[in-house]
Ligand binder design. Structure first.
Ligand code: SF4
Length: 604
């Protein structure tokens, strides 16, 4: 079956048996769940049983393109991966650039669902409709960069490469998988799921054309988008996300010394201008056909071999977690930590959170030098690099920290839970909710845990007034993100910005469907509600929609001194109840029967 916009074909690969088959879904299912995150949620909910160990062969990893992928739309070159997270034990979606999404679409699939596990290290090769599993022992143990380069030498540039590093092989619960060197599906341990299946890399080639219902409409929206982009005079254009260090710091949101504060006194050392001048090589490695090209490379001495130079592709989140959160202000040290994490295949957000946790535990005497093996105070970049290596190889204390901050605190005890900054097991990204009204609610209710990509407060005001009056706006923002992750439009299109009406036109132009704006809101609500059902099935309830102790403590320094994430616990509880009410969920966060019926989920 072939459709416009959607291919109408799902590829299923069983690594245990080596068999594969294609499946199709009815048109109404595509219409309801769109693609990317939404379609992934549908497939995972339908096909993964409850309480499956995410690192067992039974877990399913789903790679998804979206209805706009392969078309000349604005910033639509990204793609999605959905699975059950080994870090949180709940739903996970993560998104990245690189050519794999385009190749999945051009090979004729909307999704590739991978289940089972290989008996030996392997590579999954998908060459249009040919699927094979090949031995990968010679790549096992190698970093992401070497693996990707070797696979390109072997298969040619016509194939895209999505690979894991040693951290994924060792099932570090926050291991990444990397597409084409520069783009990670970073959060929640997708690399560990691939490692548990003994898949070192997925190599894809797709050569079919991608038709659209109204290509002229898509082109015209893209032309306007590019024209609008060209008129902008914003730092994002020149510096990508790195300019956010200064912005976040000035509103008390820059994570500092394991979130003890949101203001880093030495932030100017990590300034985007300085970094660009000293190490910048121009922006490249960006997502296919994106005019914004925000992925910048920096040339640095190889931390493993100072005689040669390598490229480090760093983003704001990493500057926050491996910089301020570790008390490290040396930009070269942070660039090198970023390079090491990317090559080993570690999420820089979680790695920075876990190491910051260890640094504070050490400084407070909760972890001793003999337990760690060396001294590890804030600001010590060498100790941080040593710890990254131990985590990746799961050696010594690194084996405990490889479990993520929630499990590590449970294993270490001694009150370290007070220092563990996470929501539902996912470490908090580089935006301290004590600096911005409403951010705390978006973190607490995040379907994957704390994520800055599950909605964004439409204000830079501090949380010095009740959030409860603001919940409706937060929810609109969440729905917009859900739609972007399902249509697969980059979140940074908010810089131009792209409107909901343009998004609607793009989706209809691609698929020939007749979505209204109201249909889109319903689709977002449906997708969020189905994910809630998945998470409830895995044991999530109202008590998990909360913030860690650290984020209830007042900041002690900087522009948000004295601020907590909410003005009071009562305000938080009222805001949470209001959120549930607006979603059509009951007071415990369980979707009501009426809501399920309205969304067509009653039979799920
Ligand atoms: S803005 Fe950046 S992340 Fe988004 S599609 Fe473009 S290059 Fe990729």
């Amino acid at each position: 079956m072939s459709r416009i916009g959607w291919n109408g074909q799902i590829l299923w690969v069983d690594l245990s048996s080596g068999e594969h088959r294609t499946d199709s879904l009815d048109g109404e299912t595509y219409r309801q769940f769109i693609g990317g995150k939404g379609l992934g949620a549908y497939l995972l909910y339908r096909h993964l049983g409850a309480n499956i160990d995410p690192l067992s062969a039974d877990n399913i990893l789903i790679l998804l393109s979206g209805p706009l992928q392969g078309l000349p739309g604005p910033s639509v070159g990204r793609w999605s991966v959905v699975t059950k997270s080994p870090l949180t034990g709940i739903f996970l979606d993560s998104h990245c650039g690189g050519a794999t999404g385009r190749d999945i679409k051009k090979a004729g699939y909307d999704a590739i669902c991978i289940k089972g596990a290989c008996s030996e290290p392997s590579i999954l090769v998908i060459d249009n409709n040919e699927v094979s599993i090949r031995p990968a022992s010679k790549y096992w143990g190698k970093g992401v960069y070497a693996t990707t380069n070797l696979l390109h030498e072997g298969y040619g540039d016509g194939f895209s490469v999505y690979a894991i590093g040693p951290a994924g092989e060792n099932k570090v619960r926050y291991a990444t998988a990397c597409c084409e060197i520069a783009h990670q599906t970073g959060r929640g341990g997708i690399g560990a799921v691939l490692g548990s299946k003994k898949i070192k890399a997925i190599v894809v080639r797709g050569t079919n054309s991608v038709p659209a219902h109204d290509i002229d409409l898509i082109r015209s929206i893209n032309r306007k988008y590019i024209a609008d982009w060209k008129t902008l005079d914003i730092d994002f254009k020149k510096y990508g996300t790195r300019h956010l260090v200064e912005i976040a710091n000035h509103v008390g949101q820059f994570p500092t010394r394991n979130w003890q504060n949101g203001y880093f006194d030495e932030f100017e050392e990590l300034s985007h201008i300085k970094m660009e001048q000293e190490y910048g090589v121009g922006n490249h490695h960006s997502c296919p056909h994106c005019v914004m090209r925000c992925t910048h490379a920096f040339s640095i001495p190889d931390p493993n071999d100072g005689s040669r130079r390598v490229e480090s592709m760093i983003e704001y989140e990493t500057l926050g977690l491996l910089g301020g959160n570790l008390g490290i202000s040396d930009p070269l040290a942070v660039l090198q930590l970023n390079y090491i994490c990317d090559d080993l295949g570690l999420d820089t957000i979680s790695a920075g959170a876990v190491i910051g946790f260890a640094m504070e535990a050490y400084e407070r005497g909760m972890l001793s030098k003999s337990e760690i093996g060396f001294e590890i105070g804030f600001g010590d970049a060498n100790a941080a690099a040593k710890m990254v290596s131990l985590i990746s190889s799961r050696s010594d204390i690194g084996d405990t920290l490889a479990e993520g901050v929630r499990r590590a605190a449970e294993m270490l005890g001694k009150g370290t839970g007070e220092l563990a900054v996470h929501v539902k097991g996912l470490e908090v990204p580089a935006w301290d909710p004590r600096g911005r009204l409403g951010q705390g609610l978006l973190y607490a209710t995040g379907d994957i845990g704390a994520s800055h990509l599950r909605g964004w407060p439409p204000t830079s005001d501090p949380p010095d007034r009740p959030a409860v009056d603001f919940v409706e706006k937060l929810l609109s923002s969440r729905f917009e993100k859900t739609l972007k992750d399902s249509m697969i439009i980059c979140h940074f299109t908010n810089r131009v910005p792209i409107t909901m009406e343009q998004m609607r036109a793009l989706l209809n132009g691609a698929t020939g469907a007749d979505y209204t704006l109201s249909d889109l809101e319903t689709a977002a609500r449906r997708i969020e509600t189905l994910i809630r059902l998945f998470n409830i099935r895995e044991g999530i309830s109202r008590r998990d929609d909360t913030l860690p102790p650290r984020l209830w403590e007042p900041q002690t320094h900087g522009p948000r001194k004295g601020m907590r994430s909410f003005v009071s616990k009562d305000d938080f509880e009222e805001s949470l109840s209001r959120y549930y009410q607006l979603m059509g969920w009951d007071s415990m966060g369980i979707p009501k029967e009426d809501t399920l019926k309205q969304l067509g989920l009653a039979s799920q």
